[in-house]
Write a protein that binds this ligand. Structure first.
Ligand code: ADP
Length: 446
């Protein structure tokens, strides 16, 4: 049965993205919001808005019982969590399940499994996905870590089992570094995720980040090809593009990720993240069990509305597409226009005095920003996602240059100057890019 009303438990550009799709599907859009967002576009455009005011602004979007109460009072059939906040919170999904409200995403059990990187690695290894060598259990002693590192070879990376956002990761080149690195990673994991379990994995040098977009209905899965996301700062993506692989490789890894999703009974949108080494070998990193910031790249090259497809499978429909109906056309690039200082990526909150976002053939800009918008300092610094499509990579880059040059944002610092320089940089143009790209091109900052 179709949903009548869905609660958006998020803010910013993704709240607007979800709202637009609900409108297209003739589903009423309800939204929660904190004090900072009371005048924001998604709140003004929603059919009904429900304030959850908290002294700590993040709590407005993180208070599980308050969001469940809102969904009940507003008589919503389902909740869309977007990304971040409660999107990967198994307790939240479980509470909604208990109340008979649909969580738009996988079941709480699947979230629990995938939220633990150690468990997720084991499950995907069992499904036939290639993983980097590493510990199959949490590590707490430097001695054990040293034994494992000697077995798999240095360098290794220590990561939080509950990790996200690159938080806490430590690269270790020699055994004497373990003591300090373990403590640091455990401490950061504890404060960020309330869980100090960490594990050790082979550090893949010179790697590229490649991820696959998947949609599943709890039984069958299909994939929508890959995105290349190696341009990162502090392990967070700045530029995403696609396609990146040959048709053969896409079909090969695509079949694996579908098998992985089916093996856990996955339902909804998912992203399977991999590192790809210099020899083209793939290593599974993690599954993101939600819509991702960069899903837009895939929408431009496949022509499918992924948010809509995610809502449809949540409504109980089986996969509305066959794998052979997904065709990749042309090339798309996305630049994240964060409100940040380009020298050090420090957030730059403030009022937007003026802003003009580009449009035109082959351009898409997803943003909740407008003149007068007060960019809060307490949330993510993503201000807009600017995308360019072209028949090939070269034309998409040219179109991105035009679009970046046309964009006007005054009042806050932003990353447009950095993106503009990257679009002219020779390694970028050749596609000679690894996850160390920003570190190796410090001349672009500033
Ligand atoms: P998170 O969930 O915190 O984002 P991921 O496991 O998805 O963590 O990794 C994020 C990024 O960290 C990767 O894109 C890559 O840049 C780096 N990384 C993670 N694991 C490795 C590894 N084994 N070798 C090299 N880099 C890694």
């Amino acid at each position: 049965m179709g949903f009548n009303r869905v609660l958006i438990a998020n803010r910013g550009e993704i709240a607007l993205r979800i709202l637009r799709t609900l409108r297209d599907m003739e589903i009423e859009a309800a939204i929660i919001h904190g004090r900072e967002d009371r005048l924001s576009l998604p709140v003004r455009l929603a059919d009904v808005a429900y304030p959850i005011m908290r002294s700590n602004p993040l709590d407005s979007y993180l208070d599980i019982e308050a969001v469940v109460k809102a969904a009940k009072e507003l008589e919503c059939d389902a909740v869309h969590p977007g990304y971040g906040f409660l999107a990967e919170n198994a307790n939240f999904a479980r509470r909604l399940e208990e109340e008979g409200i649909t969580f738009i995403g996988p079941s709480s059990d699947v979230i629990t499994l995938l939220g633990d990187k150690i468990e997720a690695r084991a499950a995907m290894e069992a499904a036939g996905l290639p993983t980097a060598k590493g510990s199959s259990e949490p590590i707490s002693s430097a001695k054990v870590a040293t034994v494992i590192a000697e077995e798999i070879g240095y360098p290794v990376i220590i990561k939080a089992a509950a990790g996200g956002g690159g938080i806490g990761m430590q690269i270790v080149y020699e055994d004497h570094e373990f003591q300090g690195a373990l403590k640091l990673c455990q401490g950061r994991a504890k404060s960020a995720f309330g869980d100090d379990r960490v594990f050790v994995e082979k550090y893949i040098e010179g790697a590229q980040h490649v991820e696959f977009q998947v949609l599943a209905d709890g039984d069958k899965a299909i994939h929508f090809g890959e995105r290349f996301c190696s341009i990162q700062r502090r392990h967070q993506k700045l530029i995403e593009e696609g396609p990146w692989l040959t048709d053969e490789k896409r079909a090969e890894v695509g079949a694996l990720v579908c098998a992985g999703a089916e093996s856990v009974g996955y339902k909804g949108l998912a992203t399977f993240e991999f590192l790809r080494d210099k020899n083209g070998e793939f290593y599974f990193l993690e599954v993101n069990p939600r819509v991702q910031v960069e899903h837009t790249v895939t929408e431009l090259i496949t022509g499918y509305n992924l948010v809509e497809l995610g809502i449809r499978v949540a409504q109980g429909e089986s996969l509305p597409l066959r794998q052979d109906q997904v065709k990749i056309r042309g090339h798309a690039i996305q630049c994240r226009l964060n409100a940040e200082d380009t020298t050090n990526f420090a957030p730059s909150p403030g009022r937007l005095w003026e802003c003009h976002f580009p449009s035109g053939f082959g351009i898409r800009c997803d943003t909740h920003a407008h003149p007068g918008y007060e960019m809060p300092g307490c949330f993510d610094s993503l201000l807009a996602k600017l995308l360019a499509w072209g028949p090939n990579r070269e034309s998409a880059i040219k179109r991105m240059r035009t679009a970046l040059d046309e964009t006007i944002i005054t009042g806050v610092d932003h990353l447009i100057p950095l993106h503009r320089r990257i679009m002219d940089e020779s390694d970028f143009l050749r596609g000679d890019i690894t996850i160390a790209y920003i570190d190796e091109h410090q001349e672009l900052l500033g």
